[in-house]
Write a protein that binds this ligand. Structure first.
Ligand SMILES: [Zn+2]
Ligand SMILES: [Zn+2]
Length: 302
């Protein structure tokens, strides 16, 4: 995994950051925005404690992050890839401790990435009601019993009609929005992770995307713009530029997430994500405190 955000040095003024990217330096055109998607080892597929993520964020020049590890789910759902309910108190305590310790240098939000999987809503809602989260990301990682983004289940793509899989995925995301349970839609076209593509110009997929975005708009949620796809076989930001354009037209707010599973991924490719938003006239980014959304300007540096 290549660390992109290695080091930030302030030069000339506190408003100009020099980012060293993979050895060649470039100038970051924006003030850093909050990175709201990062994990801890409790999910069994991430490394680094909360302090390490916070220190990495400070090193990158970020001023706000949020932890959002994979939430406990009922009935053993996808248990190998997430924290158990018994780990939730230590997750909260660790974030709160680092939040208080680093208060002067970094705002640390307490979040969660919950799965939307039909039939689990009541249990997830109960867990969400038990703590004053700053935000909850709602993500779809499963179509029925198929963990379509799980490398162990990639072979199941062979038996799938790709267009059907895309439509089923966007339908589930639309349903997740319609529950009104979540604040942010996580990686909104994760279905493309391994590079399977719906037929170009598919009317069905276009319609499913639009209906998903209408549901997000109706629910008053934010859409995540995630740099994680750049690190996956698809090598693209989530969501696709076409979806960013449609969302911008509907004035759906965006929140940024690197989906860091290691401290060196914090802030990953933030500039590329902000560039994409700016191409579609998006001028603000979402931040959250106690589940209230506060929009902040994406300020391009002169
Ligand atoms: Zn994960
Ligand atoms: Zn996810």
């Amino acid at each position: 995994m290549m660390a992109v955000c290695l080091k930030v040095v302030r030069v000339l003024s506190p408003f100009l950051f020099v980012w060293f990217v993979g050895g060649s330096d470039s100038i970051m055109k924006y003030f850093p925005v909050p990175d709201y998607h990062m994990h801890t080892p409790r999910c069994n597929h991430a490394v680094g404690d909360v302090r390490a993520y916070a220190q990495a964020a400070i090193k990158c020049g970020l001023t706000e992050i949020g932890m959002s590890d994979h939430s406990p789910m009922p009935n053993g759902f996808d248990a190998a890839w997430r924290m158990g309910l018994a780990e939730l108190p230590s997750y909260l305590q660790e974030i709160e401790r680092i939040r208080d310790e680093m208060e002067a240098d970094l705002t640390v939000r307490v979040g969660l990435e919950a799965d939307f999987h039909p039939g689990t809503e009541a249990a997830v809602q109960t867990m969400m009601d038990a703590y004053a989260w700053d935000y909850v990301i709602g993500s779809v990682h499963f179509i029925d019993d198929w963990g379509f983004d799980n490398p162990d289940e990639i072979h199941r793509w062979d038996a799938m009609n790709v267009e059907d899989a895309y439509v089923a995925y966007f339908d589930l995301v639309a349903r997740s929005a319609a529950t009104g349970m979540f604040d942010i839609i996580g990686h909104p076209d994760l279905i493309k992770k391994f590079g399977q593509r719906a037929p170009v110009g598919s009317q069905r997929v276009d319609q499913a995307e639009s209906e998903m975005l209408d549901a997000v708009k109706e629910a008053g949620m934010a859409l995540e713009i995630s740099s994680a796809g750049l690190r996956k076989p698809v090598k693209e930001i989530y969501p696709h530029e076409r979806i960013v354009a449609k969302a911008a037209k509907r004035q759906i707010p965006f929140a940024f997430g690197s989906d860091a599973h290691a401290p060196e991924e914090v802030g990953y490719a933030m500039e590329a994500c902000l560039d994409m938003l700016c191409r579609y006239g998006v001028q603000e980014i979402a931040s959250f405190e106690k589940r209230q959304r506060i929009m902040k300007p994406i300020r391009a540096l002169a």
